[in-house]
Design a protein around this ligand. Structure first.
Ligand SMILES: *Cc1c(COP(=O)(O)O)cnc(C)c1O
Length: 488
């Protein structure tokens, strides 16, 4: 018996609803009508949309079977680098679902929602304590929107000083959303190359920083999982030339309880609460990306912000220099509830989260260092990056390795990112995986490395244990089928 969680068996094929439907099948049984047909009814029947005709059990089985094709953090290890796909404690869900939170309406008067406002205020305090920053806004609804907020704040800061700048420094490890956020503000990203040990150096920054440059967007630890150890000196160079430092805080689970973001010289940073502070976020959301800022940038924070006056909480938009609103109402409130449930459950033990995340990544890195090529072998923070350099000689690529892993019951890691590593396999085990889970994952990857050496086809012709083998990855986008052929 293998110790892998993957198996085969009651994994169903599933036809499209169009193919399952049969003329005349219905999902409801109503008594015969004993009143005349109305004109309105007649009209509706005339324009009946062409939908598949199905029974109730057809529909229930279809969607239930499709749901078994899904994989999530509640199914198993999900080591998707950069995404922090960790297990989310159910107490967060229970808390977010409490009627007092779940049934709130965003237009209720402030007097009736003091508890919700207090919760937001307290979460701000926690984020400030975790990061060491001065002020926060919970408005942004995702990490990427937090980046946009931060860049708009930097833009507004330069405008307020009377001289706009047009460039922004962008290390080559940057997440794709970074240059996109900068470009949305009209800034041209200027690439910064890494040193051979995978970090940005003060020398590299000195060469490109000038008074036309608004600042830098930097992720720490970077997307190679390596701590940017020159960050304070880099920030000094940027500040000397009148620029500002944007910190991408998606990797905060490597810093909590250990590093003070303000002391690193960062001026504004977003926090992916749906990654670091646990909210299920597969499938794209919902999330939240609060921004925290140093005092010089506080006036520019998005509004409304929560204010506390004695025992009373209110929302204030009274900030003439603010970049304004990012959307209607207050942001992804239920995600904020989960985040506070998480910080308050763990308290000072958030430090243990950091320790476990870093330990787990380094364990995986050490266990796999002989089986896979490690472009940056020094110790990691919360994630590590391998590539397919050893397997490539046998014609086995990163994509093959990722697909084969599915056969063993593991979700693949992030592949082909960060872009600075050819054929990257980026593994973020997260702190919630036990040693036993990690051992199974490591064993599966070692087996795949062995197969690649002795029997490459066992890896390239995969996955074999799934309902769908290798879908054409662009066909669905190129050839949309919006309308089916109903069998008669
Ligand atoms: C996830 C991530 C982002 C974007 O955050 P979203 O919440 O997905 O918009 C930005 N930077 C890094 C490094 C990330 O990992």
């Amino acid at each position: 018996m293998s110790q892998y969680p993957g198996a085969r068996g009651l994994a169903f094929k599933e036809a499209l609803l169009w193919e399952r439907g049969r003329k005349g099948r219905v999902g409801i049984s109503l008594p015969e009508r004993d009143v005349p047909r109305s004109e309105l009814d007649a009209g509706l029947v005339g324009d009946k949309p062409e939908l598949p005709e199905l029974s109730e059990v057809d529909v229930v089985r279809h969607y239930t079977r499709l749901s078994t094709w899904n994989f999530g953090v509640d199914t198993g290890t999900y080591p998707l680098g950069s995404c922090t796909m960790k297990y989310n404690p159910k107490v967060n869900e229970r808390t977010a679902g409490l009627p007092g939170f779940a049934n709130l309406h965003p237009m209720m008067p402030e007097d009736c929602v003091q508890g919700a406002l207090k919760l937001m205020y307290e979460l701000e305090r926690d984020l400030l304590e975790i990061t060491g920053m001065h002020a926060a806004s919970l408005q942004p609804s995702a990490g990427a929107q937090g980046e946009l907020a931060g860049m708009l704040m930097i833009h507004a800061y330069h405008a307020h000083k009377g001289k706009q700048r047009h460039k922004i420094l962008m290390p080559s490890t940057a997440h794709g959303t970074n240059p996109a956020s900068a470009a949305l503000c009209g800034y041209v990203p200027v690439p910064v190359q890494l040193s051979p040990d995978g970090v940005v150096t003060p020398e590299a920054i000195r060469q490109v920083m000038d008074e036309e440059t608004a600042g830098i967007m930097i992720t720490n630890p970077n997307t190679l999982g390596i701590f940017e150890r020159h960050i304070a000196e880099i920030a000094e160079i940027i500040h000397e030339k009148g620029g500002l430092v944007y910190g991408d805080g998606a990797n905060l689970n490597a810093l909590m309880g250990y590093a003070d973001v303000e002391k690193m010289g960062i001026d504004v940073m977003h926090v992916n609460v749906h990654k670091t502070l646990s909210t299920p976020h597969g499938g794209g959301g919902p999330g939240a990306g609060p921004v925290v800022a140093r005092d010089v940038l506080e006036p520019f924070l998005p509004v409304p912000r929560v204010k506390k006056d004695g025992d009373r909480y209110s929302l204030s938009s009274d900030a003439p220099l603010s970049i304004g609103r990012l959307h209607s109402f207050f942001g992804s409130f239920a995600v904020l509830v989960r985040a506070l449930a998480y910080t308050r459950t763990l308290g000072k033990r958030l430090k243990d989260v950091t320790e476990m995340a870093v330990l787990n990544a380094n364990y995986v890195k050490a266990e796999l260092k002989d089986a896979y090529n490690l472009p940056f072998p020094q110790p990691s923070m919360h994630e590590c990056v391998f590539n397919d350099a050893l397997q490539h000689k046998q014609g086995v690529t990163t994509l093959d390795i990722a697909k084969r892993l599915i056969d063993f019951g593991y979700h693949p890691p992030t592949v082909y990112f960060p872009l600075v590593v050819d054929g990257a396999l980026m593994i973020e085990p997260t702190e919630t995986e036990s040693k036993a889970d990690l051992d199974g994952f490591v064993e599966a990857l070692k087996t795949i490395a062995e197969e690649a050496g002795t029997n490459p086809e066992a890896v390239t012709n995969t996955p074999q244990n799934t309902a769908v083998i290798r879908p054409d990855e662009v066909l669905a986008a190129r050839k949309l089928i919006l309308r089916g052929e109903m069998p008669r």
